[in-house]
Design a protein. Structure first.
Length: 148
């Protein structure tokens, strides 16, 4: 189910605690499955439409699967029909953008641990912010807001 799918181009998660892990402090990183490692470490892509968080509508915070750093709030998530969760804004300082070597896309990684999240696209017109973070569900956990 994992591979180098480029469809993200223009065209039951475990409980996690939100942290502010740093790249240097790998002792707090979560153990990854082979599938998670293929995407997060080796920059793979999960098969479109299969991610656990794709259709999640709950209020809360999306965190890095590897280090638990807070990445996105649920109010920035929107439906783009690209096959992966889409967000039009990240939590300040949480996501780093890296131009792909061929210049065709811009990779997004967790700023705290460098884990691969997906790619960011600009100018598509999905939202007023005109930005789409196309993120692999397998790269994230979801922490629901506390009720009451």
């Amino acid at each position: 189910m994992l591979g180098s799918i480029s469809a993200c181009a223009q065209k039951q998660p475990k409980a996690a605690t939100v942290t502010t892990s740093t790249k240097k402090d790998m002792s707090n990183w979560n153990k990854l499955t082979k599938e998670e490692e293929a995407v997060i470490v080796h920059k793979g892509t999960e098969y479109p439409g299969t991610g656990e968080l794709l259709n999640n509508k709950e209020k809360g915070t999306y965190t890095c699967k590897r280090c638990n750093a807070a990445l996105y709030r649920s109010d920035s998530k929107f439906e783009s029909e690209c096959g992966w969760p889409s967000f039009d804004d990240e939590i300040d300082g949480a996501v780093k953008r890296i131009a792909d070597a061929d210049g065709s896309r811009t990779e997004i990684v967790c700023a705290a641990c460098g884990g691969h999240l997906g790619h960011v696209f600009l100018g598509e017109g999905f939202t007023l912010k005109n930005t789409r973070h196309c993120v692999n569900s397998i790269s994230m956990n979801f922490v629901p807001d506390k009720k009451g």
